[in-house]
Design a protein around this ligand. Structure first.
Ligand code: AMP
Length: 399
């Protein structure tokens, strides 16, 4: 049994199921250009409908800031959803009030309706009790399948869970299972790999990880700040020199918690940030003063692979180098492929997500073999930071 209430805990037959999903898909001229987010929740919609539930889809779209903005209507998304499901999806021009009620009342068992953008009402982001009540009038139960919106306590992501019986949908359940395996109840040792441009955006994340994981690989631009903090000259590399104190504090904390810190021992260095820029590898104590570290070096790649080999679980956020410009993608690509290979062989649980990580692992051709890749962005990062996510907490089993 999972720690959360799921669709296995409710009989939806004949019930009006308010289903919160994330349909914030990219569009161009009113057409959906990438339907990945719709595909992710299609199974949950089908399952509820096939069990005889009446599916009432709730979602936000864009940032209309509490006003009706026609260009941020969910109408085109409803059409795209119908096409993906191969089923009729009705559409209501409002998510509360008479239009919503009429559309929901017209549903037969197994029917599907999408209600208009929840953010057309200011009560959504303010989680106003009256707005929560108005939404709840059209549902008997609430199912949340929008992990990516679960870090926000909005009416349709959190408020509803307090006034209706609430359950995780299948996409939410898969995400929660993966996150539990990744950090809450992981197979140990756990190795975290953190890269990306800056320390400043990931201070909370690093502080949390050093107290929870057995080893922490630090790569990318942020490693330069750590190297600078331990008196290594990083030349013209991107580094937040003013954060040397923060980096030192994280290193001290790691010492106390027994978390091994793995910093680069060599680096691929160029004079310009450009694809194909002339580059050389240097030991970390010999970085030229006019050079920029753009990737970890070969010895460091081997050390990262060893850290992955030693681990039963890897949690990954952020590229190890400037992966968008070849050949500075080498460290990220080799480490990602290595983790993917061990995962495929059943030797590793690998969970990754946040920011550019998904793009970097796709670029490496490694994403399909990872145990789980979260596309949730902000919610995934807050989870890595050890914060509790209101939309998730509301689904936690209490008994
Ligand atoms: P983030 O969004 O924090 O995960 O940062 C990702 C960005 O960090 C990517 O655009 C990378 O190009 C960049 N990055 C990684 N390593 C370096 C580096 N050594 N120097 C400059 N930028 C880097």
């Amino acid at each position: 049994m999972t720690d959360f209430r799921t669709l296995d805990d409710v009989d939806v037959k004949g019930k009006r199921v308010l289903l919160r999903v994330d349909l914030n898909v990219p569009t161009e001229n009113g057409r959906v250009t990438d339907a990945t987010r719709i595909e992710r929740v299609a199974d949950t919609i089908r399952e509820i409908a096939d069990k005889g539930g009446r599916v009432v889809i709730l979602a936000h779209f864009g940032r209309p800031k509490g006003k009706r903005v026609e260009s941020e209507s969910l109408a085109p998304v409803a059409e795209a959803t119908a096409a993906i499901l191969g089923r009729k999806v009705a559409f209501a021009s409002d998510c509360v009030g008479p239009a919503a009620k009429a559309a929901v009342d017209a549903l037969a068992d197994g029917g599907i309706v999408m209600l208009e953008n929840t953010r057309f009402h200011a009560g959504e982001e303010k989680n106003e009790a009256d707005f929560v009540k108005a939404l709840a009038e059209n549902g008997d139960v609430f199912v949340n399948d929008a992990f990516s919106a679960a870090h926000r306590a909005h009416a349709s992501t959190e408020g509803l869970a307090h006034v209706l019986p609430a359950y995780a949908g299948r996409a939410m359940q898969a995400e929660l299972d993966a996150l539990t395996k990744g950090l809450e109840k992981p197979a140990r040792p756990v190795c975290a790999i953190v890269g990306g441009a800056k320390v400043s955006t990931k201070i909370d994340l690093l502080e949390n990880l050093v107290s929870r994981v057995d080893s922490l690989v630090i790569g990318g631009g942020m490693a330069n700040t750590f190297l600078h903090a331990i008196d290594i000259d990083v030349g013209k590399s991107l580094a937040e020199r003013d954060l040397a104190g923060v980096a030192q504090r994280i290193l001290d904390k790691a010492k106390k918690t027994g978390c091994a810190i793995i910093l680069p021992v060599d680096a691929s260095v160029a004079k310009e940030f450009k694809a194909g820029a002339e580059n050389h590898e240097y030991g970390i104590d010999a970085i030229p003063s006019d050079g920029m570290i753009l990737d970890i070096g070969s010895l460091s790649i081997n050390r990262v692979k060893s850290a992955i080999t030693d681990a039963k679980t890897v949690v990954w956020n952020g590229p190890l180098g400037a992966f968008e410009i070849s050949p500075f993608d080498k460290g990220t690509v080799e480490a990602a492929r290595f983790a993917a290979k061990r995962t495929k062989a059943g030797q590793l649980v690998s969970v990754a997500g946040g920011g550019d990580t998904v793009a970097a692992l796709n670029h490496a051709g490694a994403a399909d073999d990872f145990t789980y890749i979260s596309t949730a962005g902000g919610a995934f990062l807050e989870w890595l930071e050890g914060k509790s996510l209101p939309g998730v907490e509301a689904l936690r089993r209490k008994d």
